[in-house]
Ligand binder design. Sequence first.
Ligand code: DX5
Ligand code: ZN
Length: 221
Amino acid sequence: MISSEFPLKVSPSLLAADYGYLADAAISAEQGGANLLHIDYMDGHYVPNISFGIDLIPALKKRVNIPLEAHLMISNPEDRIEDFIRVKPDYITIQEDVPKDVRSILNKIRKSGIKPGLAINPDRPLSAIYNYLHLIDYLLILGVFPGFGGQKFIRDTLKKMEEAHNFRIKNNLKYDIAVDGGVNLLTARNIVKTGANILVAGTAIFGQENIKEAIENLKKL
Ligand code: DX5
Ligand code: ZN
């Protein structure tokens, strides 16, 4: 359940926005009460899709004040991390199953003053990252296999959210637990029951006519 220590936040995923009006979408999200803005980086290699360029971050920083989170679904984060650090998003999240040396990338992000995050795919156990959870501010649990918006939430991932929440309480850790992929009003009901406290949603926000109402409905849960 949501506690005052980890209040519920909503992070709209720009992947589902109208690319002809990206800044407008970000501004609508901010005005609609979004707490964060989720930006998916896909390289056409780690996932079979290509999304935004790095320079989107400084462009958006000129238009909105809410924290920007970069979710890197890329095969070579060690080669690209400096470029992402340079544009200063508020969070940088890497996929846990990619780098040989997860720890050194997380430390590099932390040292730069940016909040480090780790993302974990539906088929990976939380035990794969027990050793890194004390190094992060943000755990991103994928509710779908990454690559595309609009996929169906995989219910089995709820157990991992619960485990991640119990782990942070037991070890007195303060990372947020965000859930990304297939989040909508129906699935979010079960997601927040696990203790996960950030809802990342693309289609369920930017795919709706009224963005503000979509954000408010998720926040009410
Ligand atoms: C999944 C991306 C998500 C995506 C979610 O590959 O990491 O951020 O935008 O889209 P929805 O909310 O439509 O499932
Ligand atoms: Zn994402």
